[in-house]
Design a binder for this molecule. Structure first.
Ligand code: SF4
Ligand code: SF4
Length: 763
């Protein structure tokens, strides 16, 4: 608990609009004991400003610092005064001065602070002081770590990850199921270009990579080996591995999962003639022919003169079974949005869909270009036709695409496949629509090459066999054929099991080139995880956060909400049902804190009492007609809060009747905050968080979705209080929707204003 707080106002960022002197006087009057130092500086974010604060700390005048000026997202590092000094930032520039819209419509004149604006700033300053008063310095929970990374899978991704980890001095154990290294890369004839000038395919060079790994003293390679189980937490895992039938326990600090893919059951390609017409092959089979040194037709052993390549199977020929499976999966997901854990289970197999083949992709596009070149290489006078609906050649691949375009033996045309027929004598007639050549054409070819769908190995087997309360496998994406669940936008390598990083095609279909960078990224995350666990810090997304959930178990009723709702499997249970935290697995989201009805769970610097007390600092006028309504916005710090900052910086305004409280995640919102605020007369509460559902953007996976589910409990509580349930709403916002978010707030404020004052006002 901070007993001596210094409050500092940055004049330069408040633009002469606020009466800072009046705000200072307010702090001195209200917090005379708690805040012995209250100062204004013309430019706080300067050496002089910082030195002024440091001097007060060094003199023992203050223990904690409250900076009133810019958003905490600005000059974050600048206002750090060491681990022993708590700092709170009061966002008076973006979320007070810049966004202020006077209800009269008048522009705020410099030097004339409207009373409503002053009240807004005053509320925010008081909230900042109380947040510090109710916070403790988080000490971290550091663990002795094993500086060894377990890499599972000896293909391109696993080899690259192992090499990268070892190159910076950490030990690696690489576990490979087969008796050879190289994975799918070793079965390829060539790869798309991996280096300048990016215009011709070339051998993969996997042998060199294998030699670099096997010749590295820091890397231990275990062939014919499989993971039997993994127990423990980041920093200290114990992996039991079966090595040629004998079990070995391997201590390790983090894990890179790089087990790659298997080809999808070709039954789904039946509508495209596969299995019926002998010369319809998959790209994988075509690659194997090239690797073996001869491209020939299965029907007669002749060299095909005209070969057509497809990039995607298109919508028209999606197998009925796959459509049904997808509909079933969509229904599951819809049900899951409401009741994740109670969603009906089906026998739906992830192998039943080939969703990523419905469209073109980078992988199918560049594979078709590469294999079209094989035709010229292996068959003199041969012609390759690449039919695409969308040619996807991101980044530097554009150079390779241009080289293929300039090759006279490669023909490319846009088209959607409509039918595949037997043309007699082993030939195939392909019917295409919407081509560049006409609305509908028929082309007779000697061989048709269909793309190969990649099924991640995680869809077949838990692989990791985790000894977690939550089960042996990593949560995956049901709708995307079992790929490990992660935040694809912000944290692609991170799975929902902290310390375990997915790389390569086990994560999503990708080329060797993309896999190279992907594996390097996963290797870096695995190292960062070791080092962060060693320092007692969160790895991600709150990198460096020393706080962690603590439990006052005397009050625990063993309801298991926290252990069930933790998205990251960080909480185990003892035999009585009490939560047993694994700190280094924790992402510090606070979802458990939001879930706990007994308020057992707290962080030193983020807890139910602290935020509840801060909310109580909002002065709610007794008479709405005189002082206006008051509404709270609990804004997720990951997307909603920055979106609000960006809106304000772009000149957007919103109602001055709202007060914004940043939260770690909407999952951390404890309903007591809302119940208390509403019973105090607050007119409405808006929960502003990330998008949830199939394309969720929540940085903590389930936080905003769980919050939405808890809205039912909030409604029940409001009902008991006799308060309209519409007064509390949740809205979803993405970080780039800064242009929409002010409108969303104003819409909410209008709706609440129409409802009239909260019946509890004045009590
Ligand atoms: S819910 Fe979040 S804060 Fe709580 S234990 Fe799990 S990861 Fe940690
Ligand atoms: S949610 Fe709270 S009361 Fe329930 S088991 Fe967890 S700590 Fe105990």
């Amino acid at each position: 608990m901070a007993d001596k707080i210094g409050v500092y106002f940055d004049e330069s960022s408040l633009g002469g609009v606020l009466d800072i002197q009046k705000l200072c006087e307010g702090v001195q009057k209200k917090w005379s004991d708690l805040c012995p130092v209250v100062k204004i500086h013309p430019r706080l974010a300067s050496d002089d400003g910082r030195a002024m604060i440091q001097k007060d700390i060094d003199a023992g005048l203050i223990e904690a610092v409250c900076i009133c000026g810019t958003s905490p997202r600005v000059e974050w590092d600048f206002y750090k005064f060491g681990e022993g000094v708590l700092v709170e930032r009061v966002n008076l520039r973006e979320q007070c001065v810049l966004c202020y819209a006077d209800p009269s419509g008048e522009k705020v004149q410099p030097g004339q602070t409207p009373e409503l604006l002053h009240k807004m700033a005053n509320d925010y300053v008081n909230m900042g002081v109380v947040k510090l008063q109710k916070a403790n310095i988080p000490a971290g929970d550091s663990v002795e770590v094993v500086k060894r990374v377990l890499v599972i899978g000896g293909g391109w991704a696993g080899l690259t990850a192992a090499k990268n980890v070892a190159s910076v001095g950490y030990d690696v154990t690489l576990v490979e199921k087969k008796d050879v290294l190289g994975g799918a890369a070793a079965t390829m004839y060539k790869t798309i270009p991996l280096s300048y000038p990016y215009d011709a395919a070339h051998p993969t060079g996997v042998e060199k990579k294998i030699a670099e790994v096997t010749g590295n003293d820091k890397i231990e390679v275990l062939l014919s080996s499989e993971v039997v189980s993994i127990a423990g937490a980041p920093g200290n895992y114990e992996a039991t591995v079966s090595v040629g039938g004998d079990e070995r326990v391997i201590p390790c600090g983090s894990v890179v999962l790089a087990t790659g893919w298997v080809p999808q059951d070709t039954a789904v390609l039946k509508p495209l003639g596969y299995g019926k017409l002998k010369n319809v092959v998959t790209s994988r089979e075509f690659e194997a022919m090239a690797k073996a040194g001869a491209i020939v037709r299965k029907s007669d052993g002749a060299k095909p003169q005209k070969v057509m390549f497809l990039l995607g199977v298109g919508d028209k020929l999606i197998p009925q079974e796959a459509k049904e499976a997808e509909a079933k999966a969509a229904a599951l997901a819809a049900a899951a949005n409401k009741e994740v854990d109670d969603a009906p289970k089906t026998n739906f197999s992830k192998q039943d869909t080939c969703k990523h083949l419905y469209y073109s992709s980078e992988l199918t596009s560049v594979t078709a270009l590469k294999q079209a070149n094989y035709v010229r290489e292996f068959i003199p006078g041969g012609v390759a036709m690449v039919v695409y609906e969308h040619m996807m050649v991101p980044g530097i691949n554009e150079l390779y695409y241009k080289a293929a375009q300039n090759d006279p033996s490669v023909m490319m045309t846009k088209g959607v496949i409509n039918d595949v027929r037997d043309g007699g004598d082993g030939d195939i007639v392909v019917v295409l629509e919407d081509t560049l050549l006409g609305s509908k054409i028929e082309v007779e070819v000697d061989m048709l090459v269909l793309p190969t769908a990649l099924v991640p190995t995680t869809a077949l087997d838990p692989i990791l066999k985790l000894k977690y309360r939550q089960g042996p496998a990593m949560p995956d994406l049901e709708l995307f054929s079992g790929y490990a669940d992660s935040n694809y936008i912000c944290f692609p390598y991170e799975t929902r099991r902290t310390g375990i990083y997915a790389a390569g095609t086990v994560r999503q279909p990708m080329t060797l080139s993309t896999t190279e960078t992907d594996a390097a990224g996963a290797a870096l995350k695995a190292i960062q995880c070791l080092e962060s666990a060693n320092r007692g810090m969160a790895v991600h997304p709150r990198s460096g956060d020393l706080s962690y959930p603590r439990f006052n178990l005397v009050r625990c009723t063993q309801c298991k909400r926290c252990t069930e709702e933790c998205p990251f499997g960080a909480l185990d249970e003892d035999e009585k049902g009490n939560p047993m935290p694994n700190t280094s697995r924790c992402r510090r989201c606070g979802t458990c804190m939001g879930a706990c009805p007994e308020r057992v769970i707290f962080f030193d610097n983020y807890n139910v009492d602290q935020i509840g007390s801060a909310i109580k600092q909002v002065e709610v006028p007794d008479d709405m007609a005189v002082g206006g309504p008051r509404m709270l916005i609990l804004a997720c710090e990951n997307d909603a809060y920055p979106a609000l900052d960006m809106a304000a910086l772009r000149g957007k305004k919103w109602s001055p009747y709202v007060r914004i409280v940043p939260v770690r995640c909407l999952g951390s919102v404890n309903t007591i905050w809302i119940a208390d605020a509403m019973s105090k007369g607050t007119d409405g509460c808006l929960l502003l968080g990330c998008k949830y559902g199939e394309d969720y953007q929540c940085h903590f996976v389930k936080g905003s979705e769980l919050c939405n589910r808890r809205m039912a409990n909030i409604g029940e509580t409001l009902g008991k209080l006799g308060i309209e349930t519409e007064r509390v709403q949740q809205m979803q916002v993405a970080i780039d929707e800064y242009d929409k978010v002010p409108g969303m707030i104003d819409e909410f404020v209008d709706a609440i204003t129409k409802l009239g004052p909260n019946p509890f006002k004045g009590y």
